[in-house]
Ligand binder design. Structure first.
Ligand code: CDP
Length: 246
């Protein structure tokens, strides 16, 4: 083997070895995806929004008039669902694809938000999504956010963060986001949806939302995006030994 090729392999192995898995869990709308996206961009990691996968599955049930409470229909639906992510150069993030269709916009609709936590509580649906999520982390170098990432999907993740924020701050953030595309939305609709989802997510039998024993708690109520990113990059440095540019 040529020396240059050998050196290239060595450098690649060194870089891969330095990569870690970052698991971010927490309540609805506390800024997990904003932080996860920024981290992935800074570190050159893949970002995976696991909630988008449950949202895409929910969209499939709604569009096809299927009942997620009927086990036979669930098995049938899962056999016909293919989930994938397509990197979007313009937004620098991945679009969620359901059977090769980009569904990034419809999965944010309130109709999906209203049902997604019930769908995500179903054992077979979780097994389907979690299996795919675990495979995505095989090579490390991944930031994944959700509800059970540090507890179930990547229990051995090198860095686990459990995010929270003041409920009023969370409602306001999500309201602003949704109002941009749906001026009919009210603060009350948003508050009700967040409270309901947090309740279902925290009390369900299958992989309930909870802080992993080794997760760091991050309350970002009074923090700017830059402040939270800097704080987390310092935690990444502690774990990789590599100084990340602040
Ligand atoms: O609205 P937000 O961005 O906070 O939620 P999301 O990440 O899009 O997730 C939507 C819903 O999917 C959650 O309310 C959970 O019911 C479910 N979910 C889950 O059960 N497990 C995950 N790992 C991610 C999301």
């Amino acid at each position: 083997m040529e020396i240059a090729a050998y050196q290239g392999m060595f450098i690649f192995a060194y870089m891969a070895a330095g990569k870690i898995i970052i698991a971010i869990d927490g309540y609805s709308s506390c800024g997990k995806s904003t932080l996860a996206k920024a981290l992935a961009a800074r570190l050159g990691y893949n970002y995976i929004d696991s909630g988008a996968m449950y949202r895409a599955i929910t969209l499939y049930f709604l569009r096809n008039g299927l009942s997620y409470n009927d086990p036979a229909q669930v098995i049938d639906a899962l056999a016909n669902i293919s989930l994938s992510f397509a990197f979007n150069e313009a937004t620098k993030s991945s679009d969620m694809c359901l059977n090769d269709e980009d569904v990034s916009i419809p999965i944010r609709d309130m109709l999906v938000s209203d049902k997604v936590s019930e769908v995500a509580a179903i054992k077979e649906i979780r097994a389907f999504a979690v299996g795919q999520q675990k495979r995505m982390g095989r090579k490390k170098g991944i930031v994944m956010d959700g509800r059970d990432i540090g507890t179930v999907v990547f229990p051995d993740a090198e860095l686990k963060i459990f995010m929270t924020a003041d409920p009023a701050v969370r409602v306001m953030r999500r309201f602003k986001e949704m109002y941009a595309t749906n001026p009919n939305i009210t603060m009350e609709d948003v508050r009700h949806n967040l409270e309901l989802r947090d309740y279902i997510d925290s009390t369900r039998e299958e992989s309930p939302l909870r802080q992993a024993a080794d997760a760091i708690l991050l309350d970002n109520s009074g923090m700017t995006r830059e402040e939270q990113l800097d704080r987390v990059l310092a935690w990444v440095t502690e774990r990789t030994g590599k100084v990340e540019q602040l």
